[in-house]
Write a protein that binds this ligand. Structure first.
Ligand code: GLN
Length: 281
């Protein structure tokens, strides 16, 4: 892409937007966001700088970000952040980018918590769920586990950055494998990988840049529900709950797994698109 010697802020936005036209549905917005990231300022400040000429290193950074975005790297991996539950999480290629739908899971978990509760988050990734719960519920302790050492590094970094490291215990664990047998939880939450193997290749290019480990739910997409739910009984207190995010069309099957494993009072919460999104047993 040609940057052309010097560019003013408004010209850079237009150039970026043009370059991103074929890549994303909101090229102007993303161009503005990438430019404000290059200038290390808030997007709202772009307006007052409209006619300022970009410094050489600012233009260089901006063009580099635009190139990355053109190669379908998600915007969040370029700026290394994503907002979730009002908090700013650091993200990179080691973790799934937290999705807005997952905020429903956090809200439903918070509604059911009481003082002193012990929570387990399975497959914590960036730590989005565990850290949001620790931030928003004053008196609780959270265990956050992930099979990926790399993901745990990101989650620990976020816990430090957001000031809740002392409320969370991080363990490298394949589901329950390394959780001490004598620890019992009030609530087990998870947003497990739930995409069917056959659908993985049809995903948007951006999603393909996310860790496959965080997406692949096996042949039927239910692999992790089948592994997690039956063992919950060994780790839940009496009357404890399991609360999981599910994918489109998975409600009936996951409900069946719950019922077959001694859970009752199954509740389902829909997302804004009216898709069954969170299931609670
Ligand atoms: N718990 C993390 C999230 O919801 C990661 C989930 C995953 O990697 N499947 O964002």
């Amino acid at each position: 892409m040609k940057g052309g010697g010097s560019l003013k802020v408004y010209e850079a936005i237009a150039l970026g937007a043009k370059e991103l036209e074929s890549v994303c549905p909101n090229p102007r917005l993303e161009s503005e966001l990438l430019l404000s990231h290059s200038l290390r300022i808030d997007r709202v400040k772009l307006a007052i700088k409209r006619d300022e000429v970009l410094k050489e290193e600012e233009l260089e950074r901006f063009l580099k970000y635009i190139e990355k975005r053109k190669s379908r790297i998600p915007y969040q991996y370029i700026v290394k952040k994503q907002h979730f539950m009002g908090f700013e999480f650091y993200v990179d290629e080691r973790v799934l980018i937290p999705r807005p739908e997952t905020e429903i899971l956090v809200e439903e978990a918070l509604k059911r918590m009481k003082s002193g509760d012990l929570i387990l988050d399975i497959g914590t990734g960036s730590g989005a769920i565990a850290i949001s719960i620790a931030k928003l519920f004053p008196d609780c302790k959270v265990y956050a586990v992930d099979v990926s050492e790399e993901a745990l590094e990101v989650a620990k970094y976020n816990a430090e950055k957001l000031g809740v490291a002392e409320k969370i215990i991080f363990i490298k664990s394949d589901i329950f494998s390394n959780i001490p047998q004598d620890v019992k939880f009030d609530l087990i939450v998870s947003n497990p990988p739930y995409i069917k193997k056959a659908e993985l290749e049809n995903l948007q290019e951006e999603v393909k840049k996310e860790p496959i480990l965080a997406l692949d739910g096996g042949e039927d997409g239910l692999f992790f529900y089948k592994r997690i739910i039956p063992d919950c009984k060994f780790y839940l207190k009496k009357g404890g709950r399991g609360l999981f995010e599910i994918g489109y069309g998975q409600r009936e099957e996951v409900e069946k797994i719950f019922l077959e494993n001694g859970f009752d009072e199954i509740e389902v919460i829909k997302d804004l698109a009216h898709i069954d999104r969170v299931i609670i047993g």
